[in-house]
Design a protein around this ligand. Structure first.
Ligand code: NDP
Length: 318
């Protein structure tokens, strides 16, 4: 089944496409690749794009979105765009200005989803990772519940459709849910989630609160040198995963993504390659069109024996 037309309902009534496209770019990859990849992603039919201030690719994502809208490939409302508030901007007065800067870079009036990127606040300022003389990260003391209230105001102002969190544990989510005067629940918690870290307890907890779990690293991450231990196992080479893939005549990547979708998780998948993007989406727009063309309004169960009755439902085309 294609992931292209599947959506998951969020607790605020909006819908999130079942598969998202990741836009994190490792330092060694040239920025032009982000623009190229976003253009390819929209071109192959991906409609859910996950970005963040800290990836420093919002401008490129915005350019790709605008060019695809201008070319008539998509309308704004066809796209689901997520971006994230960075940890140096958690003080309530910094939230809306930070979102507005993201919107400007993305050339958008609103984003579909805005997330608190990580539950730990950092010292505000121009440095994304402020450190002291010993190289230790400089933390801030702001309570993320106060940050959450500022996100709620951004939603009320129409700058974001939905608001959520990322990298929160269940106790941190609980703190938001129990916050006096809570106006909106987080619609999702975006966390690392894959076959080696399936997050089943967090998933059960999120489901019990009607919060969608969005999975990053669902394919085992890009193994970025700056963050990932290069000796860690390569997920897509896992022999059990490869056996299941072989049995199903599918790629390991697709099985890893379907595993998430079938358990109610919304996975993100990142790639710079068009063939991989198509594979992750499973059916290309051309394939979808070809299959759409098979329709002949043919019913296996026309129940013609009651076709004389005034309420026979199939006298109408639909
Ligand atoms: P993924 O887990 O999506 O893995 C990406 C890797 O999988 C790439 O190396 C890519 O290959 C490979 N790949 C993609 N499709 C296929 C395929 N069909 N067959 C074989 N290999 C494939 O990586 P990310 O770590 O980027 O996570 C996804 C996204 O999640 C990020 O881009 C970002 O948007 C988000 N994220 C959020 C975080 C947060 O804190 N909230 C943290 C980390 C990520 P190739 O190298 O060939 O392109």
């Amino acid at each position: 089944m294609s992931s292209k037309h599947q959506f998951v309902k969020l607790n605020d009534g909006h819908f999130i496409p079942a598969l998202g496209f990741g836009t994190y770019k490792p330092q060694e990859v040239p920025i032009s690749k982000s623009l190229e990849a976003a253009n390819l992603a929209i071109g192959v039919g991906l409609r859910h794009i996950d970005t963040a201030y800290i990836y420093h690719v919002e401008e490129e994502i915005g350019q790709a979105i605008q060019s695809k809208i201008k070319a008539g490939v998509v309308k704004r409302e066809d796209l689901f765009i997520t971006t994230k508030l960075w940890c140096t901007c958690f003080r309530p007065e910094l939230v809306r200005p930070s979102l507005e800067k993201s919107l400007k870079r993305l050339q958008l009036d609103y984003v579909d989803l805005y997330l608190i990127h990580y539950p730990v606040p950092l010292k505000p300022g121009d440095n994304d990772f402020p450190v002291d003389e010993q190289g230790k990260l400089l933390l801030d003391t702001v309570d993320f519940c106060a940050t959450w209230e500022a996100l709620e105001k951004c939603k009320d102002a129409g700058l974001v459709k939905s608001i959520g969190v990322s990298n929160f544990n269940h106790k941190q989510i609980e703190r938001i849910l129990n916050k006096p005067g809570l106006k909106y629940k987080p619609v999702c918690n975006q966390v690392e989630c894959h076959l080696y870290l399936n997050q089943s307890k967090l998933l059960d907890y999120c489901k019990s609160k009607d919060i969608v779990l969005v999975a990053y690293g669902a394919l085992g991450t890009q193994r970025y040198k700056e963050w990932v231990d290069q000796n860690s196992p390569v997920l897509l080479h896992d022999p059990v995963l490869c056996d299941v893939a072989k049995k199903n005549k599918q790629s390991p990547a697709l099985v890893a993504l379907r595993y998430q979708i079938q358990r109610g998780v919304v996975p993100l998948a990142q790639s710079f390659k068009e063939n991989e993007m198509k594979e992750n989406l499973q059916l290309s727009p051309e394939d979808m069109k070809t299959l759409d063309g098979l329709n002949k309004n043919f019913r296996y169960l026309p129940t013609e024996s009651i076709s004389d009755h005034p309420e026979y439902p199939y006298s109408e085309e639909y």
